[in-house]
Each structure stands twice: as C-alpha cells, then as structure tokens.
Write a protein that binds this ligand. Structure first.
Ligand code: ACO
Ligand code: ZN
Length: 297
C-alpha cells in the first residue's frame, strides 16, 4: 500500500525484466518492500507497472492492453515516436517511470509529485507496439527568464539503448520545444557525469552546426557575417551561458589583451570535423517538421 512507499530501498534488486530484456540496475529506488525482496524486478514495458514475480508478469502480459505510453503522440518520424504525457493526467504511469529512472540515476529525483511535470517519452515502434527507449521530464510552469528556463528536469536512455544517439535525439528534441516556445532552455543542475558528457557533446555540435550552416548559406563563403552569442541563442534555443561555455570548450573565444573583451574566432577545421563526425555515425536525426505541438499558453 501507499504507506510503505518511499520507505524502502530496493537493496535486493539487481536487475529488471523489461520487455524481452534483463537489464542490470545501477542504483536503488524506493519500491515498496514486497516488490524489493527479489533480485529481479519484472516491469511491463508498456504501462511500466512493477510486479512481484515472474508469474504475475506473465498474467499481466496477457491482459495489459497498453501498446504505447499514455498521452499524445507529438512526433513521429520513421519508426520513432515521442509522446507527451501529462504528470497530472497519467500519475501512475509517471510515478512508475520516475522509479524506473531512479535505478539509473544516483541523484535524488522526484517519484510521487509528478503533477507539475510533463514527460516526453521516446519509443521505437514495430508491429507489436511502441517500445520504451528513453524519456525526459520537464517542469510545466516556469517564469520567463531571458537567461533561460529549465527545458529538461531529468533525462534517461535505458542502458540497452545507450550510445546509439538517442540521448542526443532527446536533447535535440528538448531544444526544439524551447525554440517553439520562444525561450532559451537549459537542463536542471546538477548534471550526472553521463549527463554532462552528453550535453557537452551536444552543445559543441550545435555551435559547429550553426557556423557550418551559416557558411553553406553565405553567398560568398569568405564573407560570413559576424555572429553574436545572442544570434546563436536565438537559432539554437541554448542559453547564452551554455553558448559561451561551448564556445570556450571549442576554443573559439579569444580575449583581446588590450580591451579585455572576448571575441569569437572560428576554427573551420574543428567545425568541419565535429559536423562530419556526427554525420558519419548514422545516428537517428531529429526531423523538426514532424513535430505537431503548441506550448500550453
Ligand atoms: N562513456 C563515455 N561517453 C559517453 C557515455 C559513456 N558511457 N555515454 C554517453 N557518452 C557521451 C559520448 O560522447 C556520446 O556520444 P558517442 O557515443 O557518439 O561518443 C554522447 O555522450 C551521447 O551519447 P548518446 O548515445 O546520444 O546518449 P545516450 O542515449 O547514451 O544517453 C544519457 C545519454 C541520457 C545521459 C544516458 O547516459 C543515461 O540515461 N544515463 C543515466 C541517467 C543519467 O545520468 N541522466 C542524466 C542526468 S542529468 C539530467 O537529467 C538533467
Ligand atoms: Zn502493462
């Protein structure tokens, strides 16, 4: 029952049975005691319900009608969909999702207070259904700030799908929403080690892509206009702070020793390398025209 929620850690659980996979867990999550006694925790891959035994799981599989996340499919391209799930309308699903995510996050995350959040769930689709790959959550109501609002609270790719570019796809999608909203976004801090690696990589790619495309567009390739940090912010949805830190990590910022001011100095070799490397790895790319979505006013 609810009384035991949040009081027990799943100290025994070492792996989850999810769809056709057994996935080793990285951290503990506060599942109720009766579910945390076993080593293997069975989960329904569609409704994310957790179960007390393999027997219960088999029975559930026969009767569970869900074949995709609850909520609205707001993006579909190829065999990939992204679903917008409102924490206030699909509470149980979102709570189950947060518990699942907690097993791969060591920071403290929310589990039960899901109403203030939207969840964006990425699925890989086949004839049988839309299979969970990863998600991010986002706080619904945030005051407008020119310095940016949080466009991701928590992000996860299930370990069996990691290092295939889905993290970058989810991050790219979070910035697409920020651009549609017309306000720059940044992930909630602190980031995990893997979160930081993924974001740094994504930010560098965004900056390089921005200049790469500007060069493609420039009629005379030698006279590419000067861009400011704000220009990059407007085009990418990244906050000025994140733009500056990415420019720094690419070593594109130079300080004028006389004035003390910083200027952008590009290294085209580095830009070509980053963009071409990304194109070469054949990751699934976001197709912004496939988004059907308007922000809540
Ligand atoms: N080791 C080294 N580099 C890595 C690793 C790793 N294990 N994982 C990701 N990276 C870097 C790489 O540069 C990688 O690109 P590459 O594979 O082309 O070299 C890049 O990050 C992004 O890889 P993706 O495949 O796009 O990302 P993935 O689908 O693996 O998801 C994520 C990244 C979501 C951070 C995943 O690692 C995860 O779910 N981790 C557990 C939960 C977590 O830590 N979430 C972030 C918390 S912070 C927050 O929520 C705001
Ligand atoms: Zn189910």
């Amino acid at each position: 029952g609810d009384a035991s929620l949040g009081t027990t850690k799943n100290a025994n659980i070492t792996c989850i049975h999810f769809g056709d996979y057994e996935i080793n867990t990285w951290h503990t999550a506060p599942y109720p005691e009766e579910y945390a006694r076993n080593k293997v925790l069975p989960l329904c891959e569609f409704c994310l319900k957790y179960m007390s035994s393999g027997h219960v799981r088999k029975r559930h599989k026969l009767k569970c009608a869900a074949r995709h996340p609850p909520g609205t499919e707001i993006y579909r391209h190829g065999n990939i969909s992204i679903w917008e799930v409102d924490g206030a309308r699909a509470q149980l699903y979102c709570q189950n999702l947060c518990l699942l995510a907690k097993m791969f996050l060591n920071s403290k995350t929310l589990y039960y207070d899901v109403e203030p959040f939207m969840f964006y769930v990425l699925t890989e689709n086949d004839a049988f259904g839309c299979h969970f790959v990863g998600y991010f959550s986002k706080e619904k109501q945030q005051p407008y700030k020119t310095t940016g609002t949080n466009n991701v609270s928590c992000i996860l790719t299930l370990p069996i799908f990691q290092r295939k570019g889905y993290g970058q796809l989810l991050i790219d999608f979070s910035y697409l929403l920020s651009r549609v909203e017309g306000r720059p976004g940044t992930p909630e801090k602190p980031l995990s080690d893997l979160g930081l690696l993924s974001y740094r990589k994504y930010w560098r790619l965004m900056i390089c892509r921005f200049f790469f495309n500007a060069r493609e567009k420039a009629a005379d390739k030698k006279t590419i206009p000067n861009f400011s940090v704000m220009d990059i912010t407007k085009s990418t949805g990244m906050t000025p702070d994140d733009v500056i830190s990415a420019l720094e990590s690419l070593e594109f910022l130079v300080r004028n020793p006389e004035t003390g001011k910083y200027a952008i100095r590009l290294n085209w070799e580095a830009i070509d390398m980053v963009v071409n490397k990304y194109k070469a790895n054949n990751y699934v790319q976001l197709e912004p025209s496939k988004l059907i979505w308007a922000p809540v006013p």
